[in-house]
Design a protein. Structure first.
Length: 241
């Protein structure tokens, strides 16, 4: 399903309501809510809204486990840190216990080893099924999502849940959930804002299948659903909406 709005702020409100609903449903069903956050600029509005009373008060934060879909391998106080941004905009403003927060970056360990360690945390909290209740994803203007970048070997990964690797094109290590794990989620929400994403969005949703060039094409939940929240600028090349 795709929802297109002129104003991306409106989509922040849609996403906040959706987050609250997913949290309530999961907590009612099994007593906890496992969510993977995204980084970049797109979720900033959502995180700010979730920290506001009207949304914050509707979530039982004690029962929320916060993971990430991907991370740039930098400390949390680095301006590039996805987790750092989420702390600043959301996590430090809501009563989620620190023990329920699982940043991907850690000191004194390689990204590759950290990916294995992170898999352990996921198995403990999600069980062997590996089903997230909600995964938030942004999409870059090259069609990447999480740290699934065009032409990278991680796109071929079938077994691992989490991968750490050096992303040559950006000269930085990345750590990311793999596509098979993402696709086990109950619900996946993409945020795509801005005219610079219009071409990639068209290719992902309406172009020929070529996931090694447009990795977001790999996202197709096995038993869940994917929702696209897109502003008009990003949607301007789409025909079928
Ligand atoms: O590098 C990344 O970029 C994507 C897209 O970011 P945006 O600024 O275009 O929203 C993001 O989803 C991902 O988490 C991040 O590591």
């Amino acid at each position: 399903m795709i929802q297109i709005e002129k104003d991306p702020a409106k989509l922040g409100e849609v996403a906040a309501a959706l987050f609250v609903d997913a949290a309530k449903a999961a907590i009612q069903e099994k007593g906890k809510f496992n969510v993977a956050l995204t980084g970049g600029s797109s979720p900033v509005k959502l995180y700010g809204l979730l920290a506001e009373e009207q949304f914050k008060s509707q979530v039982d934060w004690d029962k929320v486990n916060v993971f990430w879909g991907d991370e740039r391998w930098v400390p949390l106080d680095n301006e590039q840190s996805n987790a750092g941004m989420a702390y600043e905009t959301l996590l430090k403003n809501v009563p989620v216990p620190e023990k329920n927060i699982f940043p991907m970056w850690a000191t004194g360990i390689t990204p590759e080893a950290r990916a294995q360690e992170y898999t352990g945390y996921l198995k403990k909290e999600l069980g062997e099924s590996g089903v997230f209740d909600l995964i938030l994803l942004g999409m870059g203007d090259d069609g990447h999502c999480a740290s699934l970048f065009p032409g990278t070997a991680v796109l071929n990964e079938q077994e691992k849940w989490v991968e750490g690797y050096f992303l040559k094109s950006k000269d930085i290590h990345r750590i990311t959930l793999t596509a098979p794990l993402i696709n086990r989620a109950k619900k996946i929400v993409f945020f795509v804002f801005g005219e610079n994403k219009a071409n990639a969005l068209y290719e992902v949703l309406e172009g020929e299948r070529n996931p090694s060039l447009y990795p977001s094409q790999m996202i197709a939940p096995v038993n869940g659903e994917v929702q696209w929240l897109v502003d008009e600028a990003a949607a301007n090349r789409l025909n079928n909406n």
